[in-house]
Design a protein around this ligand. Structure first.
Ligand SMILES: *[C@@H]1O[C@H](CO)[C@@H](O)[C@H](O)[C@H]1NC(C)=O
Ligand SMILES: *[C@@H]1O[C@H](CO)[C@@H](O)[C@H](O)[C@H]1NC(C)=O
Ligand SMILES: *[C@@H]1O[C@H](CO)[C@@H](O)[C@H](O)[C@H]1NC(C)=O
Ligand SMILES: *[C@@H]1O[C@H](CO)[C@@H](O)[C@H](O)[C@H]1NC(C)=O
Ligand SMILES: *[C@@H]1O[C@H](CO)[C@@H](O)[C@H](O)[C@H]1NC(C)=O
Ligand SMILES: *[C@@H]1O[C@H](CO)[C@@H](O)[C@H](O)[C@H]1NC(C)=O
Ligand SMILES: *[C@@H]1O[C@H](CO)[C@@H](O)[C@H](O)[C@H]1NC(C)=O
Ligand SMILES: *[C@@H]1O[C@H](CO)[C@@H](O)[C@H](O)[C@H]1NC(C)=O
Ligand SMILES: [Cu+2]
Length: 566
C-alpha cells in the first residue's frame, strides 16, 4: 500500500515536471501533391499529406521543435509562426530574406522556439507567394496548469478561413511582375478549414479535373452537442479577401483576438482580415433536429466568389444532412461602417489590460499608394516600394555585411498634409528600395497607417497589416486623412487591445503603438500576398547588438554562403 502510494507520488511528481518543461516535437514533410480542396484538382503544398497542416497544440511555456523537410523538389521554403513573438529567437521567425535564408529542396530545417503566451495563432509559408498554395495551419496555446480563462466553455475548436486560386502561385506572381500587368483576380472559391466548393459545371476542364463528388471537397462539419458552449477559434489566411463569417441562427460572442482577451461583444457577422485570429463563443441552443450553415463571404471588394460553406451539425442529427434553409446572405460588401464599428469595438478585457506608454518617442506615418515603377504597378509606402534583399537582414546586420541592402533609411512621410488621399495617385513615380527603419532599442514607436485612393477612380482597399516580433496597442481608427495635430487626442489609452494584425480601412487611418524591445529584425507588411509581392511592406531593426549567436542553419544564401557553416 505504502509502496503504491510512493509510486503514485513519484509518478505525479514526474508528471508535474514534464508538464512544466514540455517539448513538443514535430516532423513535417512538405511537398506538392494533387489536391481538390474545392473539388478542382490542382497542385497544393501539403504537410505530411494534408492541407491545412496539423494543428500545433501546446501549453504556455512549451518549446516547439518542428523539423521541416523540404520535399518540394524544385522550390525553396520558409515557415513563419504567426503571432509568436520569438523573444530571444529572432532567427526562428521563418521570414525568407528577413530572418533566414530559405530552406533549399532536400534540406531539413529545425525550427525551435517557445510559445510564451496562451492564445490562438497561425503558421504559414513565408517564401514568395507560397502561403496560398496551401501551406498553413493553426497554433493553439493553452494556459499553464491551474490558470483558467475569464470565460466558460465546454469544447475548443479551430478553423481557418482561406481563399483559393486555381492558378499556381508562379503564374500569379509572374503576372503581377509583368508589363502588361496581370492581376490575380478574385479567388475561385472560399475555404473553411481547407474545404470549399467550386461549381464544376462552370468549367470546360478535362474530365476528372473538377469532380463535385470528390470527398476532399465535402464541406467541413463541426459537430456540437445540444446545450454545450463552444469556443471557436477562427483564423484568416486569405491571399486577398477580407471576409465576413457567420453561423446561421447563432450569434457569436467575441472573447479573444490575436492572443489577447477582448471585452466581450456579440456579433452576427464576424469580419476577419488575413492574418487575424478571433475566438468566439457559440451556444448550441437552437433546434437540435436540424443542421445549420456556417458561411463566409467576401467583403470590401466587389465579390465574384460564391460563399464558402460549412455545416454546424447538432448531434445526433446526421452530419451529412444539408440544412433545410438557404445559406444566409452575407453583409453588404461595400459598407465600411459596420467593419469600422467592429474594429472600434475590439477592446482589451477588463482585468487583462496592458496599459501603453502615455506618449511615443517617435511617430512614423505610413502613407500607402499605388504607383508605377519603370512601368510596373507597385504598392509604395511614402514613395518607396519594398523589395527583399538576397541576404537576410538579420544576418547582414549582425555580422556587419556591407552592400547587401540600401543603407539609406526610407522617408518618414512628413508630406502627408499635402497629399489628397481621395484623388487617383498622381505621383506615379515611386522607387524600389530594400532600405529599413532602424529603431532605437526600447523606445516607444507610433505608426500611423494612412490609406488613400489607388490608381483607379474612387477606389481604396482594405489592407491588413501584420507586425512580426511584437504585439502592438491599437490606439484608434478613423476615416479620412489623419490629423496629426488633433487625432492623437482621441486615442484610446485606457483599454486598447493588443494585436499583431490590424486593418486599415478604405480611405482610413489606423494608429498603433509598440515598444521596440525585441532584439531582431522584423517585417511589417500588408498580409495580402499580392500586395506584399508588389512592395507593400517595411522592415524594422531594433537592438541588433543584443542578438546572440545566430543558428548556422539560417545562413547559406547571398553573402552568407559558407558563412559560419560548420
Ligand atoms: C468523382 O469522384 C467520385 C468519388 O470519389 C468517384 O466515384 C467518381 O468516379 C469520380 N468521377 C470522375 C469522372 O472521376
Ligand atoms: C443576436 O443578437 C441580437 C442583438 O443582440 C439579437 O437581437 C438577436 O435576437 C440575437 N439572435 C439570436 C439568434 O440569438
Ligand atoms: C467571375 O467568376 C466567373 C466564374 O468563376 C468567371 O468566369 C469570371 O471570369 C469572373 N469574372 C471576373 C471579372 O473575375
Ligand atoms: C455598393 O455596391 C453596389 C453594387 O454591388 C452599388 O450599387 C452601391 O452603390 C455601392 N454602395 C456604395 C456605398 O458604394
Ligand atoms: C512622393 O514623391 C512625389 C514626387 O516625387 C513628391 O511630390 C511627394 O512629396 C512624395 N511623397 C511623400 C509622401 O514623400
Ligand atoms: C517620373 O519618372 C519619369 C521616368 O523616370 C520621368 O520622366 C518623370 O519626370 C518623373 N515624374 C515625376 C513627377 O517625378
Ligand atoms: C526599457 O525601458 C523601460 C522603461 O520604459 C525600463 O524600465 C527598462 O529597464 C528598459 N529596458 C532595457 C533593456 O533597457
Ligand atoms: C467618384 O465619386 C465622386 C464623389 O462621390 C462622384 O462625384 C464621381 O462621379 C465618382 N466618379 C466615378 C468615376 O465613379
Ligand atoms: Cu494590402
Amino acid at each position: 500500500m505504502l509502496k503504491l502510494l510512493v509510486l503514485c507520488l513519484l509518478t505525479s511528481l514526474m508528471f508535474v515536471q514534464i508538464a512544466e518543461a514540455r517539448i513538443r516535437h514535430y516532423k513535417w514533410d512538405v511537398k506538392y501533391e494533387y489536391k481538390s480542396p474545392d473539388c478542382y484538382k490542382k497542385l497544393a503544398i501539403t504537410i505530411n499529406g494534408g492541407t491545412p497542416g496539423p494543428t500545433i497544440v501546446a501549453q504556455q511555456g512549451d518549446t516547439i521543435i518542428v523539423e521541416v523537410k523540404n520535399s518540394l523538389m524544385l522550390e525553396n521554403l520558409a515557415i513563419h509562426w504567426h503571432g509568436i513573438r520569438q523573444i530571444g529567437t529572432p532567427g526562428m521567425d521563418g521570414t525568407d530574406g528577413v530572418t533566414q535564408c530559405p530552406i533549399v529542396p532536400g534540406d531539413t530545417f529545425k525550427y525551435e522556439f517557445k510559445v510564451d503566451r496562451a492564445g490562438t495563432y497561425l503558421y504559414h509559408a513565408h517564401y514568395g507567394m507560397q502561403r496560398e498554395a496551401g501551406l498553413y495551419g493553426s497554433i493553439r496555446v493553452s494556459l499553464p496548469d491551474g490558470e483558467i480563462e475569464p470565460f466558460v466553455y465546454d469544447y475548443d475548436r479551430s478553423i481557418i478561413l482561406n481563399d483559393w486560386y486555381h492558378k499556381s502561385t508562379y503564374e500569379q506572381a509572374t503576372g503581377l511582375s509583368s508589363i502588361p500587368f496581370v492581376w490575380v483576380g478574385e479567388p475561385q472559391s472560399l475555404l473553411i478549414q481547407g474545404r470549399g466548393k467550386f461549381d464544376c459545371s462552370n468549367t470546360l476542364s478535362a474530365p476528372g479535373v473538377c469532380n463535385a463528388s470528390n470527398p476532399e471537397c465535402s464541406p467541413y462539419v463541426m459537430t456540437v452537442i445540444p446545450g454545450k458552449t463552444y469556443r471557436l477559434r477562427i483564423g484568416s489566411l486569405t491571399a486577398l479577401s477580407s471576409l465576413s463569417f457567420q453561423i446561421e441562427g447563432h450569434n457569436m460572442t467575441v472573447v479573444e483576438a490575436d492572443g489577447s482577451y477582448v471585452e466581450p461583444f456579440v456579433v452576427k457577422n464576424l469580419f476577419i482580415y488575413s492574418g487575424e485570429t478571433y475566438s468566439v463563443l457559440i451556444k448550441a441552443d437552437k433546434d437540435p433536429s436540424r443542421n445549420y450553415w456556417m458561411t463566409t463571404n467576401v467583403v470590401s471588394r466587389l465579390p465574384n466568389t460564391t460563399a464558402g460553406l460549412a455545416i454546424l451539425n447538432y448531434y445526433p442529427t446526421h452530419p451529412g444532412q444539408s440544412p433545410p434553409t438557404a445559406p444566409p446572405a452575407g453583409p453588404i460588401w461595400n459598407a465600411t461602417a459596420p467593419r469600422l464599428a467592429q474594429s472600434q469595438a475590439t477592446k482589451a478585457r477588463q482585468g487583462f489590460i496592458s496599459t501603453p506608454p502615455a506618449t511615443p518617442d517617435r511617430v512614423l506615418v505610413f502613407l500607402n499608394t499605388q504607383n508605377l515603377v519603370n512601368g510596373y504597378i507597385r504598392w509604395a509606402i511614402n514613395n518607396v516600394s519594398f523589395t527583399l534583399p538576397h541576404t537576410p537582414y538579420l544576418v547582414a546586420l549582425k555580422y556587419n555585411l556591407r552592400h547587401v541592402f540600401n543603407k539609406s533609411p526610407p522617408p518618414i512621410g512628413q508630406d502627408l498634409q499635402n497629399y489628397d488621399i481621395y484623388s487617383v495617385a498622381k505621383n506615379k513615380n515611386a522607387s524600389l528600395s530594400d532600405g529599413i527603419y532602424r529603431l532605437q532599442f526600447n523606445t516607444t514607436m507610433d505608426i500611423i497607417l494612412q490609406n488613400a485612393n489607388t490608381m483607379t477612380t474612387n477606389n481604396s482597399e482594405t489592407h491588413p497589416w501584420h507586425l512580426h516580433g511584437h504585439d502592438f496597442w491599437v490606439l484608434g481608427y478613423g476615416i479620412g486623412k489623419f490629423d496629426i495635430h488633433n487625432d492623437h487626442k482621441k486615442y484610446n489609452l485606457v483599454n486598447p487591445i493588443m494585436k499583431n494584425t490590424v486593418p486599415v480601412h478604405p480611405y482610413g487611418w489606423t494608429a498603433l503603438r509598440f515598444k521596440a524591445d525585441n532584439p531582431g529584425v522584423w517585417l511589417f507588411h500588408c498580409h495580402i500576398e499580392s500586395h506584399f509581392h508588389m512592395g507593400m511592406g517595411v522592415v524594422f531593426e531594433e537592438g541588433i547588438e543584443k542578438v546572440g549567436n545566430l543558428p548556422s542553419s539560417i545562413l547559406g544564401c547571398g553573402e552568407t554562403k559558407g558563412f559560419g557553416r560548420p
